[in-house]
Design a protein around this ligand. Structure first.
Ligand SMILES: CC(=O)SCCNC(=O)CCNC(=O)[C@H](O)C(C)(C)COP(=O)(O)OP(=O)(O)OC[C@H]1O[C@@H](n2cnc3c(N)ncnc32)[C@H](O)[C@@H]1OP(=O)(O)O
Length: 538
């Protein structure tokens, strides 16, 4: 249903009950409509599973009981590395019911990345898919981790690991957890910065309520009061990203919708087939996926799609036109970060301007400011910012008071993303204010790429920047200075790329490498990535 933007912007209120928490929401959904399907799952081999809201409540409580028996309680940190699996909600909700903080992590992380996160937030429990146990085992002795839970497979094969299914098999489906409030911490998502290691973004339980109040109506076009019986929501994101909270948990579970989860690699034809077979009505994917869909014969698919959403990088005209022509559905871009809810959306019913991220969502006060915190004029470029204190944004990093002070000392939280606004109030993405690389929906810190590259024996120095790319928006390009005695060649490019996929989460590997004699630097010796970046854009 179309949103009356002016009226909603005028009347919006943050209605966040003091005792709000998502486990309590699941309990109440199960009481109200326990038989409603919450999750339709399918794997790459065609295996299917369904869970109702009643099942989710029981799964949650069983795992909460298991965690209690392992000594996990309020404030403890639980890191998970899980593919999209029907038990992911059980793990997440069970941990939250114990009052633990979730530390979602991508299945692509390497041992070094896992050790960094576990040590940084002093995680004590790891819940890991069987295929990733080896990654944790390599570094577990260097971390505070003491509880190890393996999902899938046979725990007897994994020394020191307890099987998730064994843990929940005889556990009670009732659990009396600690008192949880909307202001209690619930999660730590690591997000890449320009310098140094990823930063631990801490959110509170209210975050999920904010998704229900903002992302659900002003982007997905659903509310808990709607008749959702004919709806099937599919957000293609992985469980290790904040986007998992943004949609499957923050919209799907909070509104009591039925959602689809697929465990399998992205392949455009397969995904289109699945949408047709499962009857997906609302899809959320990244622009790279839309661009790949748009290259297929979309007219040959008979989809039940009524809404298509996009996020992660700017969405261009071509896929918008392709979807409109084939399905009569216009993909609507939405913008936000790990630190926030949706700050800008093309809300239901808006007249979409291709390339625009839409307009500020009601309640947030999202604007564009200059370096003096002055709001910029029409068509001027500035930084997207949200007033500090808005409930829809995070209010601190996990145990990083210095970072907190730097981030929240002004009147605004600055996103680091540059944008302009046209005379109709539509926002347009203009790039990053810093060196972060946005590629295929991933945010990649150049330092992490460079740090891994220089650990190769042939590399003296490296600089990583974004380079424009038709399909992925941008790719990571590395400029590399070799150690004396090494010579640049195609073979060395391949060797470095393979090395990078081993050293760090492989989505960060440089898809292009250029060997250079030296890197541009400031007089104090700092690499001038900005020079390399603009060279790529020209
Ligand atoms: C709106 C949102 O959801 S934003 C949420 C957060 N962001 C995201 O979810 C990212 C969304 N993007 C994607 O999922 C992907 O980029 C897609 C689906 C668009 C395209 O996928 P792909 O091109 O197949 O892979 P991806 O971009 O993840 O790159 C990973 C690379 O690492 C490789 N890789 C993956 N796992 C491993 C591994 N274990 N070992 C070695 N290499 C690996 C892949 O083969 C790929 O390299 P290649 O392109 O040279 O083959």
């Amino acid at each position: 249903m179309a949103v009356d933007y002016a009226a909603e912007s005028e009347s919006f209120e943050w209605d966040i009950p003091e005792g709000y928490n998502i486990p309590a929401v699941i309990e109440s959904h199960a009481d109200a409509f326990g038989d409603r399907v919450a999750l339709k799952f399918r794997d790459a081999d065609g295996g299917r599973e369904e869970r109702t809201y009643g099942d989710l409540r029981d799964d949650m409580n069983r795992f909460a009981n298991a965690l209690e028996s392992m000594g996990v309680g309020k404030g403890d940190r639980l890191i998970h590395l899980l593919p999209r699996d029907p038990d992911v909600f059980a793990v997440q909700l069970g941990a939250l019911k114990r009052g633990a903080l979730l530390v979602p992590s991508s299945s692509m992380l390497k041992p070094k990345d896992i050790a960094f996160r576990a040590n940084d937030c002093k995680a004590t429990t790891a819940v890991v898919h069987e295929s990733l146990v080896g990654m944790v085992d390599e570094v577990r002795d260097e971390t505070p981790l003491s509880n190890f839970v393996v999902l899938g497979g046979d725990a007897d094969d994994a020394d020191g690991w307890t099987s998730f299914s064994d843990l929940v098999a005889d556990a009670s489906a009732e659990h009396d957890g600690p008192d949880l409030r909307a202001e209690d911490p619930m999660s730590i998502n690591y997000t890449s910065g320009t310098t140094g290691q990823p930063k631990p973004v801490r959110h509170r339980h209210r975050w999920m309520r904010c998704f229900e109040l903002v992302n659900a109506p002003y982007w997905w076009g659903v509310t808990a009061d709607d008749d959702l019986s004919e709806e099937l929501l599919w957000a293609t994101t992985g469980t290790g990203w904040a986007k998992w909270f943004w949609s499957p948990v923050g919209v799907g579970l909070t509104t009591g919708a039925t959602q689809f989860v697929y465990r399998g690699d992205f392949e455009p034809d397969t995904f289109l087939d699945i949408m047709e077979e499962e009857g997906v009505t609302r899809l959320c994917a990244v622009p790279t996926q839309y661009r790949m869909f748009a290259q297929r014969d979309l007219g040959s698919y008979d989809l039940q799609l009524t809404e298509a959403l996009s996020a992660g990088e700017p969405l261009n005209r071509e896929p918008i036109e392709a979807f409109r022509e084939a399905f009569g559905v216009i993909p609507r871009d939405g913008y936000g970060q790990t630190e926030t809810v949706a700050l800008l959306t093309n809300y239901p019913g808006i007249d979409v301007k291709p390339g625009s991220m839409g307009k500020p969502t009601p309640g947030l006060g999202t604007t564009i400011i200059d370096e003096n915190e002055e709001v910029v004029g029409v068509d001027e470029i500035g930084e997207i910012a949200v007033p500090v204190g808005c409930p829809g944004i995070f209010d601190g990093y996990y145990e990083k008071p210095n970072l907190d002070e730097k981030t929240f000392s002004g009147d605004y939280y600055r996103t680091g993303d540059l944008a302009s606004r046209d005379e109709d109030g539509y926002f347009f993405f203009e790039g990053r204010a810093d060196d972060i690389i946005i590629s295929a929906g991933y945010r990649i810190g150049p330092f992490e790429v460079e740090d891994a590259l220089v650990s190769h024996e042939a590399v003296a120095e490296a600089a990583a920047v974004a380079s424009p790319h038709e399909e992925r928006g941008s790719i990571v390009k590395a400029f590399v200075v070799l150690i004396d005695g090494y010579e640049g060649s195609d073979d060395l490019v391949e060797e470095l790329q393979a090395f990078m996929k081993e050293q760090t989460a492989p989505y960060k590997y440089p898809r292009e490498i250029e060997f250079v004699a030296e890197l541009p630097k400031t007089s104090s010796g700092k690499i001038r990535r900005i020079e390399l970046r603009s060279q790529e854009r020209d």
